[in-house]
Design a protein around this ligand. Sequence first.
Ligand SMILES: *C/C=C(C)/C=C/C=C(C)/C=C/C1=C(C)CCCC1(C)C
Length: 266
Amino acid sequence: MKNLISKQRSLLLTALLTLLTFGTVSAANSTLNTADMVGVSFWLASAMMLASTVFFIMERNNVADKWKTSMTVAALVTGVAWYHYTYMRDHWVETGTSPLVLRYIDWLITVPLQVSEFYLILAAIGVASAALFWRLFGASIVMLVAGFLAEANESIEAISDGMVWPLFIVGMLAWIYIIYEIWAGEAKESVSDASEGTQFAFKAMALILTVGWAIYPLGFVLGQGDGGTDNLNILYNIADVVNKTAFGMMVWYAATMDTKAAASEE
Ligand SMILES: *C/C=C(C)/C=C/C=C(C)/C=C/C1=C(C)CCCC1(C)C
């Protein structure tokens, strides 16, 4: 019975998402030029985000209770991104310029959500401290605000050209601090006794935050020269798919592994 109700609930959610799609995704007034590779990457990313969101909501029913919130957060990350991508894609197709503000609004919501996800996985095995969450949260906000100011330098008068690289370095330092917390901080040791699924999830997260996130500063750097706008958007779009969709898939994989292991112990 309980199963039936939760199945109905996810069907309802899926139907809702589908309905939402009609208004924004069909984009009646903008046509994609098929030679526009950046536009195509926006298009692909929005499709991936929507598909991932539906997948994570549906699969939430198949994992053990303690993983359900993680699956919900994974779906929220791709869901919020999908919503923004439909608008970012139109912005690109219609103006050929970077959807700077939309992109950073999206990141300001989804990056803290991913940090919460990291915290949730640790909290599930009772090793996460609230202080660790706030440190990671704070560092991610510093990273994004610095990045935004650096990229907005052409539209914000108070930011001179000379401030672009110093701001970029502030963002890099905040990110390096996050990497340090994850690989050398309090979390790592306590994870070694956890279940296989949790250990996998922790390692996957650590890799995402280190290797997956590295695509962003790379996009920023390659975005500075001639033709930079294309490089920047393609790399950011690839990075978003890797860090949101692939990241959610790893959480799902860990949850499934853990759920199966628990079932075979019974
Ligand atoms: C879903 C969106 C995600 C995971 C966005 C992550 C963004 C970053 C890791 C951005 C990093 C940057 C730096 C490390 C230096 C400054 C420039 C940024 C903001 C691109």
